[in-house]
Design a protein around this ligand. Structure first.
Ligand code: PRX
Length: 638
C-alpha cells in the first residue's frame, strides 16, 4: 500500500523508511491509518501544539471494537476469532467472529443497563477466561475506559488501582487457577474494596464454579445479566481518535503505580501496522501470545492486535509446563498457529525439559516466535532458534509504548539477528542513546539512556491517568534540556545501529517478565509491624531473570528469625501478590545509605550478586555494608 511493498525488505530500504517515518511522521502515519476502518477518516496526522502531548489523527472518528470485531464479523463471520483454552479446567472453546460480536454486544448492553457510558471506567479483575475479553471489547464498544488489573495482584495493589481509576463497575470472577491450585479472587476483591475509599456502583461476578462466592449487596451475577441483555442492539460508538481506550497500571520509581492512558485511533493504527510489519499478521491466521490480559502484551497482542488484523487469538489459561512441557507446541499443532509470542522466562523453563516435548509436534504452520519483556540471554536464544528452526524475534518495548520500540521488522532478510540485541529502532520511534546528565547523544559503543525524541508515535501513552504533570515530569523531564522521552533503560548501540539493552536506570525490577517497583515491595514489607526500615533489590535468577531480595531492619533485632521472615514474605503476598514475594529476607542492623538518606540499592545488589559494589565513598555508615557482606558470605556457604 505504500513504500513497504510486498517483497522482502533490504536493510537499506528499511533504514530509508525509518528515516521517512521520523522526518515526515504525519505523512507516514496517515498512510498507515488506512489499515483500519474509520467512521470519519482523519485528514490530519498529528496535533502537536501542546508538546509533549501528541494527539494522533485529531479529526478522525473510530471505534476499537468495531475494528477488532464488527468488520471481520461482516466479512468472515464463521472464522475463528477467540480460542479460549484452559489446561487448568481442561476446557477449550472457539468463538467465531459472529459469536464474538454477539457476546461483546450482550456485554456492552449489560454495562449500559448499569449506567456505564462514554468515559466511565470499568475495572476488570479476571483470570484468563473468554468473559474477560468480552468485557474489554464491550467497554471499547461503548466508549467506556477499561482498566484490567492482573489477577495475580492481591488486595493492596488492587485497592490502589480502584482508588485511582474510580471505576463505576468492577468485573471479577470467583477464582483463577494456577498449576492446578484454585486462587479465589472474590475474597481479595472484597478485601480491596474494604481498603479503598472509592465505591463502585456495582460488581459483576462471573461464577466459574471454582470457588464459593459470598454475595455482597452490590454484587450481580454477570452471566444472568448478560443473558437478560442478549438481544439488545448496541452499535459501536463513534469516538474521537484521542478518546481514552484504557488505563493500564505499571510500576515506576515511587510506590504509587502509574496509570498509563492510551487513546483509540492511534492505538488501533499502531497495532494494525505492527501486525503487518512486525508480527507476521494475516487475516485468517492464528496468533498465540502466552502473556496475560493483565499485562500490556495481553492488551496489544492477545486481544486487540490479532483481532484488528483479522486473526484468531488464543487465550491460554495455564502454565508452560503443565500438564507437560509440550503444551505450547501441542496448541501450535492443533490450531495451526502462524505466529507465537512469549517471554524468555517461559523459554528458560522449557529449555530444562526433555527436547522430545518440542520435537514431537507438527510445528510447520509456525512462521516466527516473538519474545519480549526481559532480556533474551544468548544460550536460550540459540537453543530455541536451533530447536524451532524459525526466526526468533526479540522485541523491546514497554507498557508505556504499547508496541515495539526495537526489533527487526518483517522482511529484513539481510539484517542478521545479533544475540542479545532486539535489533533496530522501529519505524516511528526516533531512538537516541543519550548521556544521562547532558542529554547529548553518546557515541556508538558507549552506554547511554535509551530515549525517544518527541512526539512519541501513535499507540504510545498519551498521558498518565488524571496526572498530566506527572506524565511530563516523569517521562520528559528526567533528561535535562531536551524534549526526550526516557525509557529508564540503559543501552548501548553498535556501529550498525543495533541496540543492546543493559538494564533499568531506576528502581524497577523484572521478575519473570513482570515489571515490579522495588519501592512498592518495600512499602509492602514495612506494613509488617516489626519492620523499622527495608530495602528491596532485584538480583539475578537463572530462570526468572531477576528475583526480589529484601534487607530488613527490625524495631527489635532480637525477633530476627525464620518465622518472622515468613511473616514478612506473606505480607508482600497479601499486599501485592505472590509474584512480588522476596526470595529471601535478610535482617541487618542498618541499611547502607548516602548522607542524604538514599538507600544504595545498587551496592546491595552488586554484593548479593557477588560483584564489586564500586565506589562507596558516598556511603554514610560502613557498618551497614559490612553486615550485608557478612550475610552474603554466610548465604554463599549454605
Ligand atoms: O527494562 C525493559 C524490559 O521491560 C521493561 C518494560 O516492561 P513492561 O512495561 O512490563 O513492558 C513489557 C513489554 C514487552 C523495559 O523498560 N524489556 C522489555 N522488553 C525487553 C526488555 N529488556 C530487554 N529486552 C527486551 N526485549
Amino acid at each position: 500500500m505504500n513504500e513497504w511493498g510486498n517483497a522482502a525488505l533490504r536493510l537499506e530500504d528499511y533504514q530509508d523508511l525509518h528515516r521517512a517515518s521520523i522526518a515526515e511522521p504525519e505523512r507516514f502515519w496517515l498512510q498507515e491509518a488506512a489499515r483500519i476502518d474509520w467512521s470519519q477518516a482523519p485528514t490530519r496526522g498529528l496535533d502537536f501544539s501542546r508538546p509533549p502531548f501528541a494527539r494522533w489523527f485529531p479529526d478522525g472518528m473510530t471505534n476499537l471494537c468495531a475494528n477488532a470485531v464488527d468488520r471481520w464479523a461482516a466479512r468472515r463471520p464463521e472464522d475463528p476469532a477467540l480460542i479460549a483454552v484452559s489446561t487448568e479446567t481442561d476446557t477449550e472453546r472457539t468463538y467465531s467472529f459472529a459469536e464474538l460480536l454477539a457476546q461483546t454486544t450482550a456485554w456492552a448492553a449489560a454495562f449500559r443497563s448499569l449506567g456505564v457510558g462514554v468515559g466511565d471506567r470499568v475495572l476488570i479483575y479476571m483470570p484468563m477466561i473468554a468473559e474477560a475479553v468480552f468485557a474489554m471489547l464491550a467497554c471499547a464498544r461503548i466508549g467506556a475506559v477499561h482498566t484490567v488489573v492482573f489477577g495475580g495482584f492481591a488486595s493492596g495493589a488492587l485497592a490502589a488501582r480502584i482508588d485511582d481509576a474510580a471505576p463505576k463497575v468492577i468485573v471479577a470472577a470467583d477464582a483463577g487457577s494456577r498449576m492446578g491450585r484454585i486462587i479465589p479472587y472474590k475474597p481479595l476483591l472484597d478485601e480491596a474494596l474494604g481498603m479503598a475509599d472509592h465505591r463502585p456502583h456495582k460488581v459483576l461476578m462471573v461464577d466459574r464454579g471454582l470457588a464459593p462466592i459470598h454475595w455482597a449487596h452490590h454484587d450481580i451475577d454477570a452471566r444472568a445479566l448478560v443473558e437478560a441483555n442478549r438481544h439488545v442492539e448496541v452499535a459501536p460508538v463513534d469516538l474521537p481518535s484521542s478518546h481514552p481506550s484504557y488505563i493500564l497500571y505499571t510500576s515506576g520509581t515511587t510506590g504509587k503505580p502509574k496509570g498509563v492512558q492510551r487513546d483509540t485511533g492511534g492505538y488501533a493504527v499502531a497495532l494494525a501496522a505492527s501486525m503487518e510489519h512486525i508480527f507476521f499478521g494475516q487475516p485468517g491466521g492464528v496468533f498465540f501470545a502466552t502473556s496475560d490480559i493483565g499485562w500490556v502484551v495481553g492488551h496489544s497482542y492477545i486481544v486487540y492486535g490479532p483481532l484488528i488484523a483479522g486473526m484468531a487469538t488464543i487465550l491460554y489459561e495455564g502454565a508452560p509446563t503443565r500438564p507437560d512441557p509440550g503444551v505450547f507446541w501441542r496448541l501450535v499443532e492443533r490450531h495451526r498457529v502462524r505466529a507465537m509470542f512469549t517471554a524468555p522466562t517461559a523459554l528458560r523453563l522449557l529449555k530444562k525439559e526433555d527436547p522430545r516435548h518440542l520435537t514431537g509436534y507438527d510445528r510447520s504452520s509456525l512462521k516466527a516466535l516473538f519474545v519480549a519483556g526481559e532480556p533474551l540471554d544468548e544460550p536460550t536464544s540459540r537453543w530455541i532458534a536451533d530447536s524451532l528452526g524459525v526466526p526468533i524475534l526479540d522485541n523491546y518495548w514497554q507498557t508505556e509504548t504499547g508496541w515495539p520500540i526495537l526489533t527487526l521488522c518483517r522482511g529484513l532478510t539481510d539484517a542478521p539477528v545479533k544475540p542479545g540485541s532486539p535489533g533496530l529502532p522501529v519505524y516511528g520511534f526516533d531512538v537516541q542513546l543519550v548521556d544521562e546528565a547532558s542529554g547529548e547523544p553518546v557515541p556508538a559503543g558507549d552506554k547511554g539512556v535509551v530515549a525517544i525524541a518527541a512526539p512519541l508515535p501513535p499507540g504510545c501513552l498519551t498521558t498518565i491517568w488524571n496526572d498530566d504533570a506527572r506524565f511530563v515530569r516523569t517521562y520528559f523531564q528526567s533528561i535535562p534540556g531536551k524534549m526526550l522521552y526516557s525509557t529508564f533503560d540503559w543501552g548501548v548501540q553498535d556501529e550498525e545501529g543495533y541496540t543492546f539493552i543493559l538494564g533499568r536506570t531506576d528502581d524497577v525490577i523484572n521478575v519473570a517478565g513482570h515489571r515490579l517497583g522495588t519501592r512498592e515491595i518495600e512499602e509492602a514489607v514495612t506494613t509488617h509491624p516489626a519492620v523499622a526500615d527495608a530495602a528491596v533489590v532485584g538480583v539475578h535468577d537463572e530462570i526468572k531473570g531477576q528475583t526480589p531480595v529484601a534487607f530488613v531492619v527490625l524495631k527489635d533485632a532480637s525477633r530476627a528469625g525464620e518465622a518472622l521472615s515468613q511473616e514478612i514474605i506473606q505480607a508482600v503476598a497479601r499486599e501485592i501478590g505472590a509474584l512480588a514475594k522476596p526470595s529471601s529476607v535478610n535482617f541487618v542492623p542498618a541499611l547502607p545509605k548516602t548522607r542524604s538518606g538514599k538507600v544504595l540499592r545498587r551496592a546491595l545488589q552488586a554484593i548479593w550478586e557477588g560483584r564489586d559494589p564500586g565506589d562507596l565513598t558516598t556511603i554514610d555508615d560502613e557498618t551497614a555494608l559490612k553486615a550485608v557482606l557478612a550475610l552474603r558470605r554466610a548465604a554463599a556457604k549454605d
